[in-house]
Design a protein. Structure first.
Length: 158
């Protein structure tokens, strides 16, 4: 419930400034671009490369990310620090994104939903295997260029 309210609010704010006119073919092209972008995001995450991961995020104070452990970051500075801390504690990671759904809401706003499975080996030699759900709200701040993450919510199933 919280996730849908959070993302609906973010979507409403961003959509208020978005031109909604897109042809069916333009929408299909953007859907494929977003699927590809999500796939590359998961690969970069698996490589544990914080610098490359940064290119996927809207580096603004309004960025919001809800982590699987329940914590929330606000703004790029806080999210970048959380990512670097998390990645330092992981020796190897295999996150697989599945069942991707894409909704292009306009030329500057889109939503992806997905299931994922994760296999993490922590630097403490512990292993964690789990599944979860993810929702990412993407934006293109200038209406062109790469899609970037403006809001993210990733849950972890018990």
């Amino acid at each position: 419930m919280r996730r849908s309210v959070l993302l609906a609010g973010v979507a409403a704010v961003v959509l208020s400034g978005c031109a909604q006119e897109m042809s069916r073919s333009d929408r299909a092209v953007q859907e494929q671009i977003l699927r590809d972008r999500l796939t590359v995001w998961s690969r970069v995450l698996n490589n544990r490369d914080a610098d490359s991961l940064a290119a996927f995020y809207h580096q603004v104070p309004e960025l919001t990310v809800a982590w699987p452990d329940g914590r929330r970051t606000r703004g790029w500075t806080e999210e970048e620090a959380a990512q670097r801390e998390f990645l330092r504690g992981v020796a190897t990671m295999n996150v697989v994104v599945q069942d991707v759904g894409v909704q292009v809401l306009g030329s500057r706003a889109a939503l992806t939903t997905f299931r994922y499975s994760a296999d993490l080996i922590l630097t403490s030699t512990e292993r964690e295997i789990f599944t979860g759900l993810g929702t990412i709200f993407w934006t293109r701040p200038e209406g062109s260029g790469p899609w970037v993450i403006h809001a993210e919510h990733v849950s972890r199933n018990p």
